[in-house]
Design a protein around this ligand. Structure first.
Ligand SMILES: [Zn+2]
Length: 315
């Protein structure tokens, strides 16, 4: 018997089957979207990895790449994309920007509400581990903070095989993407490690003044976590997820909440690939889901605006 399905106004569950079903349902309602799915076969279960993209990406089209949910407990990113899919695609279409989205990079972590995957595979440097630096003295590092004095960089897969399955999947797919056409990268996270009031901060590189409008819009939703030490994700984490001693130097966010840190994660990778706008957005774990999603949406639309306006400047 066919189940009657009502219109979904806001989906906010960790039920992976529900997420996948509703995503497929929403995709069917959008004309110019393409959905590819790939299998992630863990020791403890099989999951689906989705890739969403604008249908006809022509060689001259600028692209926004969005990546969400690599840390499984950070569900606001995957939910932002699910809940606003139609809106995101129509905004991009209106501005003649194409999209490539990996909406839920760590589906088993999402289902279990754990940072890492269902096998508990943390790799060597976590699962958000996409590039490595070779230093002048020959040592290989995953995180060089704001030091640019390195000799070469490599995709992490060129250096090690010890990467979680979802990380390998992301890299395998990324290598097939039109990377030169990607003009902006948005990696969506939440910070469940720093114990702070609802607020937002962001990792980026280069000229940070271009994000002025975006920051003023975010300020209307939540506080900016400014002039604060940011060490979430860099200190040692115990097996139960608790913080152990901070072993590394702490970065400080600037007056607009920006942190510049070459830490080998997604935005850093795209910065090295030459992408103009590279952002990792973080909302504090205490931020209500609706507000976290609103911040993520501001970034998505803001980056589409930036791509559209820089395209017009070139012409
Ligand atoms: Zn994260």
């Amino acid at each position: 018997m066919k189940k009657k399905r009502g219109k979904i106004s806001l989906y906010y569950s960790h039920d992976i089957r529900g997420y996948n079903r509703i995503l497929r349902q929403k995709v069917r309602e959008i004309k110019d979207i393409k959905l590819d799915s790939y299998k992630l076969s863990y020791k403890n279960g099989k999951f689906v990895f989705f890739r969403l993209a604008s249908k006809d990406i022509k060689p001259e089209d600028p692209v926004l790449f969005i990546n969400a949910g690599i840390h499984g407990e950070e569900t606001a990113g995957p939910l932002t994309i699910l809940n606003n899919l139609k809106n995101i695609f129509s905004y991009a279409r209106k501005n003649k920007v194409k999209l490539i989205i990996y909406p839920l990079c760590n589906p088993s972590g999402f289902a279990k509400i754990t940072r890492f995957n269902i096998d508990g595979d943390e790799g060597i440097f976590g699962n958000s581990d996409y590039l490595r630096y070779k230093m002048v003295d020959g040592t290989i590092k995953d995180d060089i903070r704001n030091n640019n004095n390195y000799k070469a960089w490599y995709w992490s897969t060129e250096i090690t095989k010890k990467l979680p399955l979802e990380t390998k999947m992301v890299i395998r797919l990324l290598k097939k993407e039109p990377l030169k056409q990607i003009k902006a990268c948005l990696d969506i996270h939440q910070d469940y490690i720093s114990n702070a009031l609802p607020s937002a901060y962001h990792y980026s590189f280069g000229d940070l003044r271009v994000y002025k409008k975006i920051i003023s819009k975010i300020k209307k939703i939540v506080l900016i976590y400014k002039d604060k030490p940011i060490d979430a994700g860099f200190g040692e984490i115990g097996e139960d997820g608790d913080r152990l001693d901070i072993t590394e130097e702490v970065s400080i966010s600037d007056k607009n909440g920006f942190v510049v840190r070459h830490d080998g994660t997604m935005a850093d990778l795209f910065y090295r690939l030459g992408t103009s706008f590279c952002i990792t957005t973080e909302t504090m774990g205490s931020t209500p889901l609706k507000e976290a999603m609103a911040v993520n949406n501001i970034w998505i639309k803001g980056l589409i605006d930036l791509i559209a306006s820089s395209k017009n400047n070139i012409k």
